[in-house]
Design a protein. Structure first.
Length: 319
């Protein structure tokens, strides 16, 4: 039997090399597959170009961080970085201010905002998240304004979006702000590329309310899921292999082989380190832990206890 296996050894080595090269070349452009580029243009000549760069995603704190750059165009621009009118940006930022003022004649500097994520971290590595970046740009309205009775007291982004799961996701605008302001059209350019995270999404516009929403769906990248599953299989495989060694040590001969005991003690401390190799893994208690890690630890610990008591009982017989 061994000779037949050795006969196919060159083919086995070649297969492993081919598999290795396929995985290697596939991951050369891994960044493109997990990244997202969105562009949504407005029909208005006088508008503001908003470039949104996602700089961080933190599932543990349920937050997405983005840098926002603004460039006025048409009659709104004094030059490419300076507005010719007073502008105000409203966002559903959850960390600090939600209103950003850009006075007439002053440079529009890049700002940073933190948006809420909605998802379940404990489903790692199959956890999914949703968020919506609500954006509204306004400028002081002309003297002639509509009657206050015709203006809603509060402007809430409709809750039909699946991403709007909590009150922090809404963009609320007071009646006074609506009476004194006019909405400015926006052109959206979004770029999202974070290692270990895969993005998808689209831009939605509430034309009647002039509110722009960037809806994002976020999950773990394919390579992160693959590595996590591989490590989980490895952990449970090591535990089951040790259990097989223990059963053999108990049934063969009257003297207990203590080699499996030393392996089990090493694995008790080695499995947590192996678990933590998973990229972005949450604390113990996630869904993946109930698939492999917790059971592997139980098997390894039980194996060590069985070996110790077997050695004690057989030692008494030889005394």
């Amino acid at each position: 039997m061994l000779k037949k296996i050795l006969r196919f050894r060159p083919l086995l080595v070649l297969s492993i090399l081919v598999f290795y090269c396929v995985i290697l070349f596939r991951n050369l452009d891994e960044g493109k597959r997990r990244s997202l580029q969105l562009r949504d243009d407005t029909d208005s000549t006088d508008h503001v170009v908003m470039s949104v760069l996602v700089t961080g995603v933190n599932p543990a704190t349920q937050e997405l961080t983005a840098q926002i750059g603004l460039r006025p165009q048409g009659a709104l621009a004094q030059d490419e970085v300076t507005p010719a009118v007073d502008l105000k940006l409203l966002t559903n930022n959850v960390r600090s201010q939600q209103e950003f003022d850009f006075p007439k004649g002053k440079r529009m500097n890049r700002i940073e905002a933190v948006f809420p994520l909605n998802g379940e971290l404990n489903r790692y590595p199959l956890d999914h998240y949703r968020t919506t970046l609500w954006l509204l740009m306004t400028t002081p309205a002309p003297k002639t304004r509509p009657q206050a009775a015709q203006i809603p007291k509060r402007l809430d982004v409709p809750e039909s979006s699946e991403a709007a799961a909590s009150e922090g996701d809404h963009l609320a605008v007071g009646a006074t702000a609506l009476q004194q302001s006019a909405a400015v059209p926006l052109t959206i350019a979004l770029s999202a590329s974070t290692p270990g995270i895969k993005f998808s999404g689209n831009v939605s516009r509430e034309s009647s309310l002039k509110v722009t929403g960037i809806e994002l769906q976020i999950r773990r990248a394919d390579n992160v899921i693959a590595v996590s599953i591989l490590l989980m299989v490895l952990m449970i495989g090591l535990a089951m292999s040790l259990l097989g060694m223990v059963f053999k040590a108990m049934t063969v001969g009257s003297k207990v082989d203590l080699v499996p005991l030393s392996i089990s003690i090493s694995l008790i401390f080695g499995l947590p380190a192996l678990r933590n190799v998973q990229p972005g893994v949450p604390p113990v208690g996630a869904f993946g832990d109930y698939l492999s890690f917790i059971w592997a630890e139980i098997i390894v610990g039980t194996s060590a206890i069985i070996l110790i008591w077997t050695w004690l009982l057989r030692s008494d017989k030889h005394l």
